[in-house]
Design a protein around this ligand. Structure first.
Ligand SMILES: C[S@@+](CC[C@H](N)C(=O)[O-])C[C@H]1O[C@@H](n2cnc3c(N)ncnc32)[C@H](O)[C@@H]1O
Length: 193
């Protein structure tokens, strides 16, 4: 059974991406860096939601308790406490900017995905090298790393996903034509194991 349905509707922002992509996932879903658990409300009621978060707060714990069949995994993405090939879909929603080791996180993602399983992602990434936006990102990086869940705005996450070893990668860059859009370009898409 396919674990996600593709849509041709263009993605315009993170909320719309969540509404468009998350309800189409099926099976056992691993939500890496689940935060406060915002993804859970949009998942199909029949899926099993595994929320992985190294430092879960009360809101995430409550979201897990309120959803039958869900589980809280208190662990980092670099060491996912799950069997090989046990997961149908992995969600990375603005999390590869925050994890300590994104390459290892992607290796772990591929390990836990079953063959044919998918990673769905929505991530902000580094601006073009040499651009003003990139210089501002580099200046802001020490502050965002300190204050925003370890967030590093300068990561070339598209390149990391492309090189991680998925069998196929479908990736789009979102064009948001305002200051924030230029300072934090966004990629989204899916990658199949
Ligand atoms: C910007 S928040 C995104 C939360 C959520 N995914 C969303 O879409 O709203 C980044 C999350 O990554 C988590 N995080 C940071 N380092 C992590 C790691 N090594 N493994 C897993 N999650 C991590 C943070 O605790 C935080 O909840």
């Amino acid at each position: 059974m396919p674990c996600m349905q593709r849509s041709s509707t263009p993605v315009t922002g993170q909320q719309q991406w969540r509404r468009q992509v998350l309800p189409t996932l099926r099976g056992t879903i691993l939500d890496i860096g689940a935060g406060s658990g915002v993804s859970a409300a949009l998942l199909h009621p029949g899926v099993a939601w595994l929320a992985l978060e190294p430092s879960p707060g009360r809101r995430l714990a409550a979201a897990v308790r309120s959803r039958p069949g869900s589980q809280l995994l208190t662990a980092p993405a670099e060491r996912i406490p799950l069997e090989d090939a046990s997961i149908d879909a992995v969600i990375c929603s603005t999390v590869l900017c925050s994890v300590a080791d994104p390459a290892l996180t992607l290796t772990e993602t591929i390990r836990v995905l079953r063959p044919g399983g998918v990673l769905v992602f929505y991530e902000h990434v580094a601006a073009a090298p040499g651009s003003t936006a990139h210089r501002i990102q580099r200046l802001a990086s020490p502050l965002t790393r300190l204050l925003d869940h370890g967030c590093d705005p300068c990561r070339d996450t598209a390149d990391m996903i492309n090189r991680a070893g998925f069998s196929s990668v479908h990736l789009e860059t979102l064009r948001i034509n305002n200051v924030l859009g230029r300072l934090a370009p966004v990629i989204h898409g899916y990658a199949e194991r």
